[in-house]
Write a protein that binds this ligand. Structure first.
Ligand code: IPE
Ligand code: IPE
Ligand code: MG
Length: 262
């Protein structure tokens, strides 16, 4: 890629790696259908793309990667597909621990996990424990997750803290809410990717993505590998993030346009 004269006039700094990438892994079913196979085959094949993106994130120094594996709304799918997705989640968690540890990946699950079977909940807790000391990449798997659920559970915690007199209602501000959302200890997503051609957020991370750069690609998830992911990261390196400032203000503050958030 020509980094000297990009179309948008913003000079890329290839060292600008997003601290947090969030991905809606979409298109498994269509990918399988195009090959006259069951949708569920697409989900199985999609696991390979997960591995590729996790490893590329480690290579590139992305600190946090969040993958949308199952939305609050996905329970509405046919029971056989839901049950295959749960089995796949369980078997992938079981099978990947060694690879995660080899790559220095700490896995955490975000979402309402009480809806899962006891076995799956135990497995999630085990993998979280077994990878807890890894520091190269925080891998968040969003399962039974919804952006509105996240804001709602934060609201519930705010109320609980007020009732317990740990929080003064007059002191409730954005920070107080943000501190009670999922992954409050990690930075907000800088780059929000959706594969599979749809241009919507589908109730993925909402509050925390308020200033994320959006990137949509038609590539279906099972075909999304290190190269396609690298293109998204390169595209991000060309974005000028203004956070309400003018482009000139950002350029004069940083030298390289777009580093205002650091
Ligand atoms: C995304 O692929 C995976 C999950 C939602 C679990 P889809 O299953 O939504 O695939 P398409 O969009 O039907 O092709
Ligand atoms: C979003 O994809 C959820 C995941 C990728 C897990 P969907 O395919 O379920 O989204 P919609 O329903 O088409 O918006
Ligand atoms: Mg879909």
């Amino acid at each position: 890629m020509d980094t000297e004269s990009p179309a948008n006039g913003v000079q890329a700094d290839q060292r600008r790696v997003p601290k947090h990438v969030a991905i809606i892994m979409d298109g498994n079913g269509r990918w399988a259908n195009q090959r006259n196979r069951a949708r569920t085959w697409g989900h199985r094949e999609g696991v390979k793309s997960v591995r590729a993106v996790v490893e590329e994130s480690v290579q590139r120094g992305v600190g946090t990667l969040t993958l949308f594996a199952f939305s609050s709304e996905n329970w509405r799918r046919p029971p056989t597909e839901v049950s295959l997705l749960m089995d796949l989640f369980l078997s992938t968690l079981r099978g990947e621990v060694r690879r995660l540890n080899e790559n220095g990946v700490r896995l955490r699950v975000i979402g309402e996990r009480r809806a899962f079977s006891e076995k799956l909940q135990r497995r999630i807790a085990d993998v979280e424990d077994l990878t807890a000391n890894n520091t190269k990449l925080n891998l968040l798997v969003a399962a039974n997750y919804g952006g509105r659920w996240d804001v709602t559970q934060a609201a519930r915690r705010v109320v609980a803290d007020v009732l317990a007199e740990r929080l003064d209602p007059a002191a409730i501000d954005e920070r107080a809410v943000a501190a009670r959302l999922s992954f409050a200890d990690l930075p907000d997503p800088d780059l929000f990717i959706r594969t599979g051609g749809e241009k919507r957020l589908s109730n993925f991370i909402l509050w925390q993505s308020a200033y994320a750069e959006l990137y949509f690609t038609d590539i279906l998830w099972p075909e999304f590998g290190a190269a396609a992911y690298g293109q998204a990261l390169d595209d991000f390196a060309h974005r000028q993030r203004r956070f309400g400032l003018t482009g000139e203000q950002v350029a004069s503050q940083t030298g390289v346009a777009g580093d205002a958030w650091r």
